[in-house]
Design a protein around this ligand. Structure first.
Ligand code: SF4
Length: 64
């Protein structure tokens, strides 16, 4: 099972979207891939370096 720590930069990037399958698996999707072919839709993890990385504003995170 992957955790925030072993997916690398995507864990704290504003361009990430976590997609869950019907079977409960979770996939890391890079939303930059929609508009820029330099990015893979599903990046190889962990991502250690990335020119598209932009940090999330953690104060915008929902706390349910
Ligand atoms: S821009 Fe880079 S760090 Fe951000 S989600 Fe995409 S692959 Fe991950």
């Amino acid at each position: 099972m992957r955790t925030l720590w072993n997916i690398g930069l995507c864990a704290v990037c504003r361009h990430v979207k976590v997609v869950k399958s019907a079977k409960g698996s979770a996939f890391v999707l890079c939303t930059l891939a929609k508009t820029n072919p330099r990015f893979k839709k599903y990046p190889s993890l962990p991502v250690i370096e990335c020119i598209g990385y932009e940090g999330k504003n953690l104060s915008d995170e929902k706390t349910d």
